[in-house]
Design a protein around this ligand. Structure first.
Ligand code: NDP
Length: 296
């Protein structure tokens, strides 16, 4: 068996063209969705991510502004800055690029963002809503994974989904979203005993570990769907995922590549969440789903 390659770029373009129609409509009604991105310090990789987010906004007609702050920024100054953005009516989504430099408290900054503008979905109120029922802004990476599965028509209900990783930004919210979709969910992490055995029982395997080629082909149940969230830079500068792609291709029924899989979907869901926040601010019931096509 050779797995179907799930093309995150194609799926992303599909969503973005739908979002663009909604952005145009909102602009014609007097609201241009706006995203503010705050980056503290001079981490090169973070600066590339931030630029890509701003470019993506502009590509569908949204407004974006990037605020680079020095690494010496104090917690109180950062909080005050975020509060100014909370009060700015032209800004509907606020994203603080994480991790913050040492000495700054990521969680405190996330909590300073208005829950209504928390388009990353990391605020306690939105995380809590995700656990209890449904967050208006599901965290972008796991939400992008759900949208890929839906787009590909991959059944989730009744399937066993195994997630490797329990971070607040990927593993935990991914588990909540899969659970809500009717999967039986197992979360694995660094203390899990016999990880390969858990993986072999997965109909849907999501790897979010941060270790290159960590998941071996022999860990994959024949016909499983493999979602590789990992982004790892190899010594030669190339990117690779957490899954041994060449091996997994022979075992899985479908797989996301790295790059070109989950990565583009993360940014696209950020656009969707920002658009939704702007629609809500304008009194329109926003959704992250493309409305015109009926794709749920
Ligand atoms: P974290 O480092 O926060 O979490 C990694 C998780 O992997 C932890 O829960 C850790 O367990 C677990 N883990 C580490 N080693 C092992 C092991 N040997 N066996 C089993 N589990 C292990 O990473 P993130 O969740 O932030 O990111 C994961 C990956 O996804 C990274 O490569 C990151 O770059 C990528 N990423 C990609 C995005 C995209 O858009 N495609 C967006 C966000 C992240 P424990 O909790 O016990 O330490």
């Amino acid at each position: 068996m050779t797995a179907k390659i799930i093309n995150g770029k194609v799926i992303s373009d599909f969503f973005r063209s739908e979002y663009k129609l909604r952005v145009d409509r909102l602009i014609s009604q007097g609201t241009r969705p706006g995203l503010a991105v705050v980056i503290v310090g001079d981490d090169a990789a973070s600066q590339v991510y931030v630029r890509n987010k701003a470019k993506a906004c502009e590509s569908i007609g949204m407004y974006s502004e990037v605020h680079p702050l020095p690494a010496t920024t104090r917690q109180a100054a950062l909080t005050a800055f975020v509060e100014q953005l909370n009060a700015n009516p032209n800004i509907h989504g606020i994203l603080v690029q994480l991790p913050l430099p040492k000495g700054l408290d990521d969680r405190a900054v996330i909590e300073a963002i208005s829950a209504k503008k928390d388009v990353d979905g990391f605020h306690c109120a939105n995380m809590g809503a995700l656990v209890i029922d449904e967050s208006p802004y599901p965290p972008c990476t796991p939400y992008g994974v759900m949208k890929m599965l839906e787009y590909e028509g991959i059944p989730i209900e009744g399937r066993h989904a195994v997630i490797i990783g329990r971070s607040n930004i990927v593993g935990k919210p991914q588990a909540m979203l899969l659970l809500k979709a009717g999967a039986t969910v197992t979360i694995c992490h660094s203390k899990t005993q016999d990880l390969p055995a858990f993986c072999r029982s997965a109909d849907i395997l999501v790897a979010a570990v941060g270790r290159p080629n960590f998941v071996k082909g022999s860990w994959i149940k024949p016909g499983a769907v493999v979602i590789d969230v990992g982004i790892n830079r190899l010594p030669d500068g190339k990117l690779c995922g957490d899954v041994d792609y060449a091996e997994a291709l022979l075992a899985a029924s479908a797989i996301t590549p790295v790059p070109g899989g989950v990565g583009p979907m993360t940014i696209t869901m950020l656009l969707g969440n920002t658009l939704k926040a702007a629609e809500r601010a304008a009194g329109i019931a926003g959704t992250t789903d493309p409305g015109e096509t009926g794709l749920a």
